[in-house]
Design a protein around this ligand. Structure first.
Ligand code: GLA
Length: 412
């Protein structure tokens, strides 16, 4: 297979995305929107399944964005249309939004308005038309891009004054996370919303999920002759199914048995593993429906992953980005073997990329499908993509799609 057979997922320009959302708004609601706001999907260099453990993550914004054309309404109603189901207008009163009351994609939109109101902010009804070039179900956080575009739009429409600085954006992140957790019913950990709202172009975002402090780390791969290839395996992943929640529960039970608030507090991994193997601890784990050996592997992933984020931070600061590769590959092994959230397609993607000369690679996001990343030399991008596509074909898998990740702008 040669590079011509590879499917590249192009991002729209801001202008194109805004024009598409405006056009959908006008054709649906018969008037021009007050404005168009947008938010990016995210990649994550390292730090997976650490956010809900109070750990460290290092995501960045993709050039692929979700666009929301919006206009305020005075009657407290929300009317919604999406390019994916053009012609279908959904409507709900903001006052009727509540946990358990809303299904499907609109939950991420109306949930964001609901969560802002719950935080004591004055928001009302609105019309919104959504369109997106963030691949859906690809583990690139199309849901956080949707929440982020609506949050930044409501911030402007209702004059909340939060979008202008990082402290305000942190409050928007909190509302988006709450929408996803409480209205959409996905118990996710907040990394994706922070990536959508608190990143900066040209930087990866080191986020401490315990303190919520951030540090912008310059992330210009091209300057070091490198590129980050994102491989969408097309194996669709879901965060509202039970596996993600089960991992989270296991971590919470483990922390409780270890006597810490979150697994971030575990500084001595072998001590913690020894403690989990004691009869007392095992009995408590069993009573909580957990298997002691499985719990130990989950804890090992989280603790070693947080250490890998710290190591990657050091390498990026030192301008030694190529050396990040093996840490990505180690993270993949940990996610596959200890955390058990990989799948055949993700393993094929990572193995094929490395066999083709990638410096390292791993699955990203929640897992069980979605995307992988591979750190490659800039001149090898096409070849690695071609060989990954060939690897998928040899396994009889649906052809993957690719994009080259360039750290892009946050919601605006
Ligand atoms: C999903 C969730 C995030 C995070 C990742 C795993 O993307 O939305 O909160 O937990 O999985 O790192």
């Amino acid at each position: 297979m040669n590079a011509l057979d590879v499917d590249w997922l192009d991002a729209w320009s801001f202008e194109e995305g805004a024009a598409r959302a405006s056009a959908l708004f006008e054709v649906t609601f018969g008037e021009a929107p007050a404005g168009v706001w947008s938010a990016p999907g995210r990649g994550n260099l390292i730090g997976e399944h650490t956010d809900y453990n109070g750990g460290l993550v290092l995501p960045f914004a993709l050039p692929h964005r979700t666009y929301a054309a919006m206009r305020a309404r005075t009657d407290g109603h929300i009317r919604l249309v999406s390019a994916q189901e053009a012609g279908v207008v959904r409507e709900i009163a903001l006052a009727d939004v509540a946990p358990g009351a809303v299904d499907g994609w609109i939950a991420y939109v109306v949930g964001t308005a609901w969560a802002l109101a719950q935080e004591g902010l004055t928001v009302g009804g609105f019309d919104v038309a959504i369109t997106s070039c963030v691949p859906y179900g690809a583990g690139l956080s199309s849901s956080a891009a949707l929440e982020g575009s609506v949050a930044i739009g409501l911030d402007a429409l209702y004059g909340l004054g939060l979008g202008g600085d990082d402290a305000g954006r942190q409050r928007l992140v909190a509302a988006c996370s709450r929408a996803e957790n409480e209205i959409a019913g996905a118990p996710t950990g907040g990394m994706d919303q922070a990536a959508a709202l608190r990143t900066q172009a040209g930087h990866a975002l080191l986020l401490d999920c315990r303190s919520l402090e951030v540090r912008q780390i310059p992330f210009d791969l091209a300057a070091e002759g490198l590129a980050l290839l994102v491989i969408d395996t097309r194996a669709e992943h879901q965060l509202v199914d039970g596996q993600y929640a089960a991992r989270r529960t296991t971590c919470e039970v483990a922390a409780e048995v270890l006597g810490v608030g979150t697994l971030r507090e575990v500084t001595d991994l072998s001590g913690a593993l020894a403690m989990l193997a004691m009869p007392d601890a095992l009995a408590r784990l069993t009573a909580a429906g957990q298997d002691g050996q499985v719990v130990a592997r989950r804890v090992r992933h989280v603790v070693t992953e947080i250490a890998r984020v710290e190591e990657v931070e050091r390498l990026l600061d030192a301008g030694r980005t190529a050396e990040v590769g093996p840490l990505l590959t180690a993270a993949h092994a940990s996610l596959r073997d200890d955390y058990e959230v990989s799948c055949h397609e993700l393993d094929v993607a990572v193995d094929a990329a490395i066999a083709a000369g990638a410096l390292g690679g791993r699955m990203i996001g929640g897992g069980f499908g979605g995307s992988a990343i591979a750190l490659v030399r800039a001149e090898d991008v096409e070849q690695v993509a071609g060989e990954v596509a060939a690897g998928f074909s040899a396994e009889g898998l649906t052809p993957p799609s690719f994009l080259v990740a360039v750290a892009s702008a946050p919601a605006s």
